[in-house]
Design a protein around this ligand. Structure first.
Ligand SMILES: [Fe+2]
Length: 232
């Protein structure tokens, strides 16, 4: 019998998503965030739904600088260091420049969005199972067209399980959101209604940027500021 040869396929322009699991005290982090919310509630999300961003001390967007979160952010910073090393980015590393906690109550969702003023952004899942959904960044592929339907190619979005303890890091331009999971009819996203807690963050490159290209492209020396330096 003659075997049919398969046509070769090259996955061009893939998007790299990085993830790693933390084995630290997740319950302790969940409690810290809930206590922060109780003592100093932050603003509700502008989607109009009940997602709060708890403040820690006087801090809404610099959670990484809070001593009680030091161990967790040490782990996240280590992940950014791994990406920098692995991908040989021309800078001295990536530093977390903003970070905040989110509490999603049942029947809430977060619209698709990108993260401005960031290189790599990320989410750390603390509690709850509503997935994080990424949109295909290739706009024409998102909509039905004269390109016939194909099971392997019609993936307009991809939902990643929000496994507690897992950090997911992605390029800042990749659109993502959280479904209104309690009302969702999709079996992938329908989970029992319980609060979902996560931490979000942005990072920027620091040090010498693009200094070895030999092509006369722009280069820079960048210093990422702490919250105190920012406000001083
Ligand atoms: Fe986000």
């Amino acid at each position: 019998m003659k075997l049919l040869s398969r046509i070769n396929k090259l996955p061009l322009f893939p998007v790299q998503i990085y993830w790693k699991d933390w084995t630290g005290d997740l319950d302790g982090i969940a409690k810290l965030i809930k206590d922060d919310e109780k003592n100093n509630p932050g603003p509700n999300n502008d989607s109009g739904m009940k997602i709060t961003q708890a403040r820690s001390g006087s801090n809404a967007i610099h959670l990484s600088e809070e001593p009680l979160y030091k161990e967790l952010f040490g782990f996240i910073q280590g992940c950014l260091d791994d990406i920098w090393r692995q991908e040989k980015f021309q800078c001295d590393g990536f530093k977390i420049c903003s970070s905040w906690s989110n509490i999603y109550y049942p029947n809430t969702s977060l619209n698709y969005h990108q993260h401005p003023m960031s290189a790599f952004s990320g989410a750390f899942f603390v509690k709850g199972e509503a997935p994080l959904t990424f949109m295909d960044p290739v706009m024409p592929r998102r909509n039905p067209s004269l390109m016939p339907i194909s099971p392997d190619n019609d993936i307009a979005s991809f939902s990643l399980n929000s496994v507690p303890g897992r950090v997911v890091i992605f390029p800042h331009w990749l659109e993502h959101g959280v479904s209104n999971y309690s009302y969702d009819i999709s079996p992938i996203t329908s989970t029992p209604a319980e609060e979902r807690i996560s931490i979000s963050f942005n990072s920027l490159p620091y040090g010498k940027i693009n200094h070895r290209d030999g092509l006369n492209l722009s280069s820079a020396q960048i210093n990422v500021l702490t919250s105190q330096e920012q406000n001083g």
